[in-house]
Write a protein that binds this ligand. Structure first.
Ligand SMILES: [Zn+2]
Ligand SMILES: [Zn+2]
Length: 118
């Protein structure tokens, strides 16, 4: 057993974990401060999906909106990528990526619309 090698590896892993932690902290900071709000709203994304890394693939295919009964089609990557259409995003204040609320609010079912009280 090469103790020095083990310790060196351990240092590398610690370094990786710490940079991962820094990434997470930066993401949390961005989620709370929303520095790219204008772009985020233009892309119909909630803060969580805007500031955490997406799974992107180059593979783009035609998809149908994941909302029940919605037949709206759009192009997106087949793995990950947006699942909901921008019309539903506008109608229900919904993130096109995760389908959650744009303002991360859980609203009464009878009032899914943007400006209704929670
Ligand atoms: Zn839709
Ligand atoms: Zn989202």
């Amino acid at each position: 057993m090469d103790k020095e090698k083990i310790l060196l590896n351990k240092n590398n892993r610690t370094y990786n974990s710490k940079s991962y932690l820094n990434d997470l902290l930066r993401q949390v900071d961005n989620i709370q401060n929303d520095p790219k709000k204008e772009k985020r709203l233009k892309d119909h994304l909630c803060t969580v999906c805007m500031y955490t890394p997406f799974m992107h693939t180059a593979d783009i295919k035609r998809k149908t909106c994941a909302n029940d009964g919605c037949v709206e089609e759009f192009y997106g990557s087949s793995v990950g990528g947006n699942k909901y259409c921008t019309k539903c995003s506008e109608n229900y204040n919904q993130c096109v990526y995760c389908g959650g609320d744009m303002d991360l609010k859980q609203r009464k079912i009878s009032s899914g619309k943007k400006n209704d009280p929670v």
